[in-house]
Write a protein of this length. Structure first.
Length: 216
C-alpha cells in the first residue's frame, strides 16, 4: 500500500505547511513529501498535478483516492489516525479549549502574519512594532501563559502533553525567534520546548538546504 503524500511549500517560509507536517509527525504517520516551491515556475499547475481535488494552496494531503486540504482538517485527520496516542486533550473542556485556540490561530493574527512572515533563514531585531502587531503578540502571550499556568504539571507543552495545539502554534515560535520577540520565562520555556522537538529540527534541517530566496 502506498504511503500518503504531503504536498507542501518551501520549508523556510511556509508556515501552513509546517503545521501539516508536524501534525503527521506527531501522529506517527509515515508519508512522502512533495515540495512545490512557492512563486517558482507554474505553481498552480504543479499543485493541481499533485493534488487535483484541492485548491492550489499548500499543504494538501493525498492518501490514495482521498485528498485532505486545509491545515485544520489535516490536523484532525492526523489525530484520528494517530499511532502515538491521543493528540487532543482527553477532558472535553480542555479539548474544547485546545480547539478554540487552534481556530483562533487559523483565522486570526493577520497583522502578525503580515509583519513577521516565517523565515527560518534569518534572525533580526525588531522594535517600534505597529499597534496591531503588538496586540497580536500580546494575545498569543496571553494564550500561552494561560495554558502553561493551567497545564504545566502535565508536561512542557500548551496542554502538558504534546497536542495539535502545539502544531498550530509552532510557526509562531519561528516568527518570534526570527524577530527576537521578548517573552517571559514561561513562554520562553515553551518556545524552546517546541523548537527542540525532533520533528521541528528535521524541518529546519530541510529548510537549510533550500537554495531559493523569497523576499518576504
Amino acid at each position: 500500500m502506498s504511503k500518503p503524500k504531503l504536498v507542501l511549500g518551501n520549508k523556510r517560509y511556509s508556515s501552513w505547511s509546517l503545521r501539516g507536517y508536524l501534525a503527521l509527525k506527531f501522529a506517527g504517520i509515515d508519508f512522502d513529501e512533495v515540495m512545490v516551491p512557492l512563486f517558482v515556475g507554474d505553481f498552480h499547475k504543479t499543485m493541481k498535478d499533485n493534488a487535483p481535488e484541492a485548491p492550489t494552496k499548500v499543504p494538501s494531503l493525498v492518501d490514495g483516492e482521498h485528498t485532505i486540504w486545509d491545515t485544520n482538517s489535516i490536523m484532525e485527520f492526523a489525530a484520528e489516525t494517530s499511532q502515538n496516542g491521543a493528540l487532543w486533550p482527553e477532558d472535553k473542556y480542555q479539548r474544547a479549549h485546545a480547539r478554540s485556540i487552534c481556530a483562533e490561530m487559523h483565522s486570526g493574527f493577520a497583522a502578525l502574519r503580515g509583519y513577521m512572515p516565517m523565515d527560518l533563514g534569518q534572525v533580526k531585531e525588531t522594535s517600534d512594532l505597529p499597534e496591531d502587531v503588538s496586540a497580536d503578540i500580546n494575545r498569543i502571550i496571553e494564550i500561552w501563559s494561560d495554558c502553561r499556568k493551567k497545564y504545566a504539571e502535565k508536561g512542557p507543552y500548551l496542554f502538558g502533553k504534546l497536542s495539535m495545539a502545539d502544531a498550530a502554534y509552532a510557526p509562531v515560535v519561528a516568527r518570534f525567534k526570527g524577530n527576537s520577540v521578548a517573552l517571559d520565562d514561561a513562554c520562553t520555556a515553551y518556545m524552546l520546548a517546541i523548537w527542540d522537538l525532533p520533528a521541528f529540527e528535521e524541518w529546519r534541517a530541510g529548510a537549510a538546504t533550500e537554495t531559493w530566496i523569497i523576499n518576504v
